[in-house]
Design a protein around this ligand. Sequence first.
Ligand code: SF4
Length: 378
Amino acid sequence: MSSSTHRLDALRGGAAPVDHSARTVAALAGNPGCDRRAVLDAAGISKRNTAVHLGHPAPFGQSPFALARARSFEELVKADRWAHLRRLLRETLGLPISGISCVDIGAGGDATREPRHARTREELRRALEEGERADGERAGGGEAALVERPLLRLPVAGHEVYLEPAVVVVRAGGRFHIVEIKSFAVIDGAADPAQVAAASRLSAVYVYALKAMFAAEGVDPGLVSHEVVLVCPKDFANHPTATLLDVRLQLAALRRQLSRLTRVDRILDRLPADLTFSLEQSTDELARAVRTVEARYAPECLSTCEMAYFCRSDARAAGSLDVLGRVTRDDLGGLGSVDAVLDLASGEHGAPAGHAEIAEQLRHVHSIYREHAAAVVA
Ligand code: SF4
């Protein structure tokens, strides 16, 4: 076991580790400058429990009703040996798929990750070899091999994380496709763009992890398609429909962001040796421990990270420009706090060197607000 693994275990303070998910990897990559999230995620610390202990719980996760709906829709897609999926693959991929052979890696309740990951690799290789044999005999189509609940492994910031997609991987027509089953509805051929965007980001993480796994196995990553089969209920009925999602843009963004993540061991080197995020300590002690690790708050954190209310409260207390969003912060480049901005806007003091242009703009906006306020009072 490496020394960073020991350190990360110690940071968790005896609590069971929480696994990464595609959502956490996508969120981490969405804020590559946040050391706090990188360390908490690498250590498998429950950010939800940490935020609750800190007195800043964030309303995250699906409601029990939404979870039950998602489960029942997934069961429907799986029913009769994936009969719906077989039809949908024929329609979306345009292949004469006659049947589906399916292996469930998660069956049997084996909770240990390494054997499950090894079995995933083994089954994917078998699907690849069988597919190559079959392709020699006919052009595409035939049987699709479906690997259910595979366990993928991906290095993130120098730390191995396991991803357990609630999706399946299919080999059809010579390519591997991620299948993402979502319970949001497609009405009149269109779905909620925010939900589709979120599904694209999550699917891109799976595609990325699968390509990385193929590359590590010496298999051409190009066999993994950037087209994800998105299965959703159609209109107001529960009838499954599918569409192909092209996740090339999301893959490129993910690749860029993951490469910008600081390696976790470098962050750990800067932290006190006895640091722990154990929930056994008092709220104040935990808050001090968490603040030891630098955060990079942005309003987007509110929809992607369970620590958002805690980090936002700290950022507000410090008068940080981060609470105004990245665009505003960058526009005010070089000014360190909300107080500094207000000071400059008031015009009571001269503009520091290099800020003359920003000062002029701020004072102009400030004068408009003053005139408007005076007009309202009059
Ligand atoms: S909420 Fe805090 S810990 Fe989470 S990503 Fe934002 S700044 Fe980092």
